[in-house]
Design a protein around this ligand. Structure first.
Ligand SMILES: [Zn+2]
Length: 82
């Protein structure tokens, strides 16, 4: 894969609005969305490949926020109901 420089603009996986993606942190990618704030997604490539519905994403983010306690919420595959 080609190297990336700085944050890239892409779309929030939850609401599809414009968001910023931060460089990968370990196996997680950080997103900054105007509607959803800061959050990270673990195993991003696999999670995005699942095409979860917006409702599934909202539930997953809520679970991640409950765990985070002030830190960046980290959404994991296990947070999605299936
Ligand atoms: Zn969003």
């Amino acid at each position: 894969m080609p190297a990336r420089e700085g944050p890239v603009v892409l779309h929030c996986p939850i609401c599809k609005s414009t968001a910023h993606e931060f460089p990968r942190i370990g196996d997680a990618t950080g997103f900054l969305c105007a509607a959803h704030g800061n959050f990270k997604v673990a195993d991003t490539i696999f999670v995005l490949d699942e095409n979860y519905s917006r409702q599934e994403w909202e539930i997953a983010l809520r679970r991640a926020k409950q765990r985070a306690r002030g830190a960046w919420p980290l959404i994991r595959r296990a947070d999605f109901l299936r």
